[in-house]
Design a protein around this ligand. Structure first.
Ligand code: SF4
Length: 235
């Protein structure tokens, strides 16, 4: 058995909070005893470990308090950008890094302008910095220049590594992701020394609103077709 496989015992106890009506349970401070795998019951030692960290780790303590104060102060009234501003202020951050996608340069410009008005020092880095060819970082040639769906995507790679290293060099206090691709955002977060928040999650299907596919007819139609295609491919 390799490390990615889990045995039957683990499968029956794997985490599945999405199947629980948590509003009746942990949201009001109690575990769900009706299902067999509530982590408040079967992983009580981890709950204790987590609780202890809220006391022992100063970053966690302050960040948790600041995030909750922002939530309480601006609930429903504030856009996420204002939440981000207030969180950064609450944490005492001055220097903010913007790791942005070339497709959202205008948005990055506007965000920088607003953040500067709030008194932050801004350091921004475009995803194409470095100008490295995709083929030089291992991308097969057929996946460069034009997408399989027929759009021009170019031959220069996104460079989340340089984005993170540059912002590390300038010692930003917090970095903000503006539309980095799935995967590039992970690489960026993996290397960033400063804490990272996502202001805009890239969504090419429905402009930067990944949640829009979940309950729309179009999203449902897409996944029905895609899953059907996948089933045919493995038959
Ligand atoms: S922690 Fe327990 S009560 Fe909360 S959502 Fe998960 S299973 Fe339900």
């Amino acid at each position: 058995m390799n490390e990615n496989q889990i045995n039957n015992e683990e499968i029956s106890s794997k985490l599945s909070c999405h199947k629980c009506n948590s509003l009746n349970y942990c949201t009001i401070g109690r575990p769900n005893k009706k299902i067999g795998n509530c982590p408040m019951i079967i992983n009580s030692e981890i709950q204790k470990e987590a609780k202890a960290l809220y006391d022992a780790d100063d970053f966690i303590k302050i960040s948790t308090a600041v995030a909750s104060i922002v939530e309480a102060k601006g609930y429903i009234h504030w856009p996420r950008l204002k939440d981000t501003i207030e969180y950064a202020k609450g944490m005492g951050y001055q220097k903010l890094g913007l790791a942005f996608c070339i497709g959202l340069r205008k948005e990055a410009e506007k965000i920088a302008e607003i953040l500067e008005k709030y008194g932050f020092e801004i350091f921004s880095v475009c995803c194409k910095t470095g100008g490295i060819k995709k083929t030089e970082v291992g991308v097969p040639k057929e996946y460069t220049m034009n997408s399989i769906t027929g759009y021009v995507i170019g031959w220069i790679t996104c460079n989340p590594v340089a984005q993170a290293l540059l912002l590390n060099k300038y010692k930003t206090d917090m970095n903000v992701i503006i539309g980095l691709c799935v995967g590039h955002d992970i690489t960026f977060t993996h290397l960033s020394k400063a804490p990272v928040t996502t202001l805009i999650a890239k969504e090419r299907f429905a402009p930067h609103n990944p949640a829009s596919v979940l309950f729309s007819h179009y999203g449902q139609a897409f996944f029905n077709l895609d899953l059907e295609k996948m089933k045919k491919e493995i038959q």
